[in-house]
Design a protein around this ligand. Structure first.
Ligand SMILES: [Zn+2]
Length: 292
């Protein structure tokens, strides 16, 4: 029995992302469409977002230009497709601080946010480095960092100390240190709420961009190929990939990947009027389908 309904909600895309940024080592093989999405969990009296997108209408514009982000729609538009408003979001677990995952902080006025302590600290340190180190900040909005610290002051941004079980009921977080970023975390959803769960989903953030990262294009003889864009170590990314696959009993369908457009082929889905996909991964008994 599902404790949470789970939807993956696309909110923008990059039509021409270099494949080499998505799968390490695939140089000079062109570009491909990269969807941007966050995930919504609804249950136990809560509406939980996993990552919170970006605000392309204001400060996110710098990143829209830098990465050619297209077709952005606001959380008001995205959530209307599942019958919610941004005010309804009660909690948000941030996998990391990049602009497309943490850039929407101010758009969810009632949410309490969770991020790894190490992630927050590392970005404040990176901001304080001299100008020649600015490549480190290429995908992080300093405005987001300032707002994150402001939210911490208000008690609405909580720094998570490493691995925590039941951060929210049936939801665990795991630190993947020095991987995509210094303090990336992934989210384990035990949707039967049992300690020895038989109904696990893992939301990866950007530890994984594509199924190819998990099987190297060879599902029958899988090989981990790390993501192409990483501040930490490729070895650590490979090890984190293995943790994720073990965590879901090697069932790739249970790996929820925000930038993987093929999620629409694994679960019921539909495309909204604005052209964005909604994937329905799980449905609580008392909930109604948003894709039927
Ligand atoms: Zn991302």
């Amino acid at each position: 029995m599902s404790a949470y309904s789970i939807w993956i909600l696309e909110y923008a895309n990059v039509p021409d992302a270099p494949t080499s940024s998505l799968v390490y080592g695939q140089h000079n093989v062109g570009v491909e469409k990269l969807p941007y999405a966050y995930t919504l969990l609804r249950g136990n009296g809560m509406n939980i977002l996993l990552d919170c997108g970006m605000n392309a209408a204001s400060h996110g514009m710098e990143f829209v230009k830098r990465y050619n982000v297209s077709d952005w729609i606001s959380p008001t538009q995205v959530l209307a497709e599942v019958g919610l408003t941004p005010e309804d979001i009660t909690h948000c677990i941030l996998t990391h601080a990049h602009f497309d995952h943490m850039g929407g902080l101010e758009l969810f006025p009632n949410a309490k946010f969770y991020i790894q302590q190490h992630e927050l600290e590392s970005w404040v340190s990176a901001m304080a480095m001299e100008r020649r180190f600015r490549w480190l900040m290429r995908a992080t909005d300093t405005g987001d960092m300032i707002y994150a610290v402001q939210l911490a002051r208000e008690g609405r941004m909580i720094g998570v100390p490493g691995d925590v079980d039941n951060l929210l009921p049936g939801i665990d977080v795991r630190l993947a240190k020095d991987t995509h970023t210094a303090g990336s975390q992934y989210v384990v959803i035990r949707n039967d709420q049992r300690a020895e769960s038989e109904d696990v989903y893992i939301y990866t953030g950007d530890l994984i961009y594509r199924h190819e990262n998990l099987h190297g294009g060879q599902p029958d003889d899988p090989e981990y190929l790390p993501v192409g864009y990483a501040l930490g170590s490729q070895t650590n990314l490979v090890m984190a990939s293995d943790e994720v696959m073990k965590g879901v009993g090697n069932d790739i369908r249970r790996v929820l990947i925000p930038h993987e457009g093929k999620m629409t082929t694994l679960y019921p889905s539909r495309v909204s009027k604005s052209g964005h996909y909604i994937v329905e991964v799980a449905l609580r008994k008392d909930d109604t389908s948003r894709v039927a």
